[in-house]
Design a binder for this molecule. Structure first.
Ligand SMILES: [Ca+2]
Ligand SMILES: [Ca+2]
Length: 376
């Protein structure tokens, strides 16, 4: 009887593990290949070689680019160099990226920038909010942008018990923002377990100096976040649910769910077209490839996450990350229009995380690779 019970339990555990593995592979879109969509007028941005995870463009055409993210489990082409913030003036005929100087007193050596967001105050001061992972922790750094000096003045480091695994922020005031926590856990093994089990414990937090609170929950992995042109709605990408959520923002900063747009790809950061209100997103068509390192061609840094995935999953034949840029029009309509604007097999760029537009120009950024400038 005991043996039968043990055999039954082992059988149930094996079936559950297989079911979880299948669900996990589906969440990562592991079997996905995409057809290319070309754009004619694109060129790589000089000087950006180790990531451009997030890009935020001011109404005057100045683009901030966060570069050099070192995220546990993902590769880095500059594992020993601190991160940087680049600036690009999209009004120039041939825009160039230049690194912004950061004021003294800020620990540059551990600077590990991730999602960013800008805020223009009533007095025209430009604030830049930067998600930072010094020593793989999560903070949000607040900077003031000094255009004449090509520099950022560090104002403060924001830490909070609710800001545990921050991916992106959207500023809603000179010192307040919404932030996504992409996982509940921050320890690497527990994150892996969280993903594998498909726990929906990721959330969105509102932060202000007076009040900090969870305002949305139940995500597989909340990633990009942004705000509609009329400031009424907050958009949140749940990367492993392949969806974009529209939430209504209330006077007390609470959010209520309006709708969920299901995509067939892993949307990362979200940008809003300043002219039309369309949502642009950089996607990972096949999330497995993002985490998966090529054993025959080791990248510049170790990718333990890839090894873990290989141990629990079926090996992929191709390991190059593919690129996909989507435009979502009229998200509040019953049938929003989702257009593939750019797609390629990873020969130019790898691991798109953001796509953002200004005046007929498109910037495409990546988690750990290069960045692309296109004229539409
Ligand atoms: Ca952002
Ligand atoms: Ca992101």
């Amino acid at each position: 009887m005991g043996k039968v019970l043990v055999a039954a339990l082992v059988g149930i555990a094996a079936a559950l593990a297989a079911e979880r593995l299948l669900a996990f592979r589906n969440r990562l879109n592991a079997a996905r290949e995409i057809d290319p969509v070309a754009l004619p007028n694109c060129q790589l941005i000089k000087g950006i070689e180790a990531g451009s995870e997030d890009i935020d463009i001011l109404p005057n055409g100045l683009a901030f680019i966060s570069s050099g993210l070192k995220y546990q489990g993902l590769k880095s082409f500059a594992p020993d160099s601190p991160g940087e913030i680049f600036l690009m003036d999209l009004n120039e005929k041939k825009p160039k990226a230049s690194e912004l100087r950061i004021s003294r007193g800020f620990d540059l050596a551990s600077f590990n920038p991730h999602g960013i967001s800008t805020y223009i105050d009533k007095d025209d001061t430009v604030y830049l909010f930067v998600v930072n992972h010094p020593h793989q922790k999560s903070t949000v750094e607040l900077f003031k942008f000094i255009e004449d000096d090509n520099s950022l003045v560090h104002l403060k480091t924001i830490r909070h018990d609710l800001l545990t695994s921050v991916n992106d922020v959207v500023a809603v005031g000179p010192d307040s923002f919404y932030a996504t926590n992409d996982h509940y856990f921050s320890d690497f093994i527990l994150v892996l377990l969280e993903m594998y089990l498909g726990l929906t414990w990721s959330n969105v937090v509102f932060y202000s100096p007076k009040e900090v609170k969870e305002v949305a929950s139940g995500f597989y992995s909340a990633n990009g976040i942004n705000i509609s042109l009329d400031k009424k709605y907050i958009y949140i990408a749940d990367i492993f649910d392949h969806s974009v959520h529209v939430m209504e923002k209330h006077a007390d900063w609470n959010l209520t769910h309006v709708k969920t747009l299901q995509l067939d790809t892993l949307a990362d950061n979200l940008s809003v077209d300043p002219d039309t209100g369309d949502i642009w997103t950089g996607c990972h068509p096949n999330g497995m490839k993002l985490f998966y390192d090529d054993p025959d061609n080791p990248p510049a840094s170790e990718v333990p996450f890839g090894r873990c995935l290989r141990a629990i999953s079926v090996p992929e034949s191709a390991v190059v990350q593919t690129i996909l840029v989507l435009r979502i029009q009229n998200i509040l309509d019953e049938q929003p229009t989702v257009t593939r604007v750019y797609a390629e097999n990873g020969s130019v760029l790898q691991g798109t995380s953001v796509a953002t537009v200004y005046n007929g120009k498109l910037l495409i950024g990546t988690v750990f690779h290069r960045a692309l400038y296109c004229e539409l």
